[in-house]
Ligand binder design. Structure first.
Ligand code: MN
Length: 253
């Protein structure tokens, strides 16, 4: 199996290294990832400046790597069109430091890199873990190996990616894997207003997540109840259920 590994935390993050180390035990891995943190860049692509890719070897597991001065989506595009000799069997994005739950997926570079893989018809998985200790990356990376082995035996659904979130619990406290829907996770007090040394106001985005913990079966609910959450995500955003209704509005030229 050939696997393309990428992320949005940057090539030096412990999450991508843990994932690469474990997946390279079962697959031929190529890492193509941003040269620095590009979290929350969603599906941005670089069109107005050149992209550069610098080759290196990932220590410990002898995997080929490329660090790119672009976004996660740039990395997947460049890998597929230029850097890889042949198409990978799977795109893995992560392991992100921090959950990507509910509406986070709209902003997440981690999820967007997986979407890019899915757009190209490659089975794709985004992996995120609750912010915590280093051991949570190791646990999640080992789970990713088992997941890949299980997914390999299935018909991977077309135009789909899986968004995986892993709680940072002790192994014995993990309940299982729950197939979920995207839940509600919004943020309050998103901007802090501050004053710069010249007396001008500026704003810094921060904020606490507001989660709907009662939405049983959602990704938010699952990780808060000790499950690994696995959400099948599609990128067709059409709201099919209201098309007929809106046609009846008879909007005219
Ligand atoms: Mn990130």
């Amino acid at each position: 199996m050939k696997v393309l590994v990428t992320n949005d935390d940057g090539i030096n993050s412990p999450g991508i290294m843990a994932l690469t180390r474990e997946i390279s035990r079962i697959a031929e891995v190529t890492v193509v990832a941003p040269d620095r943190e590009r979290s929350a860049t969603a599906h941005a692509i670089t069109m107005h400046k050149p992209l550069r890719a610098e080759k290196f070897t990932v220590a410990e597991c002898n995997a080929e790597g490329w660090r790119v001065n672009g976004t996660p989506s740039d990395c997947v595009k460049l890998a597929m069109d230029v850097l890889l000799d042949s198409s990978p069997d799977m795109v893995l994005s992560g392991i992100n430091h921090g959950y990507n739950l509910g509406t986070d997926v709209i902003y997440s570079g981690t999820v967007s890199a997986a979407i890019e893989g899915a757009l190209m018809g490659i089975p794709a998985v985004a992996l995120s873990v609750a912010a915590g200790e280093e051991r949570c990356f190791d646990y999640t990376a080992k789970f990713a190996v088992r997941l890949c082995q299980q997914i390999e035996k299935q018909n991977f659904p077309k135009d789909t990616l899986f968004n995986i979130n892993v709680p940072c619990l002790r192994e014995e406290d993990m309940v299982g894997v729950y197939i979920t829907h995207l839940g509600i996770r919004k943020y309050k007090n998103s901007f802090e207003q501050r004053e710069d040394p010249r007396g001008k106001l500026y704003y810094w985005m921060a904020g606490e997540p507001i989660e709907d913990l009662n939405d049983t079966g959602s990704d938010v609910w699952a990780v808060n109840n000790g499950y690994v959450s696995m959400t099948p995500v599609q990128f067709d955003l059409t709201k099919y259920s209201i098309i007929e209704n809106v046609r009846n509005w008879n909007i005219r030229l």
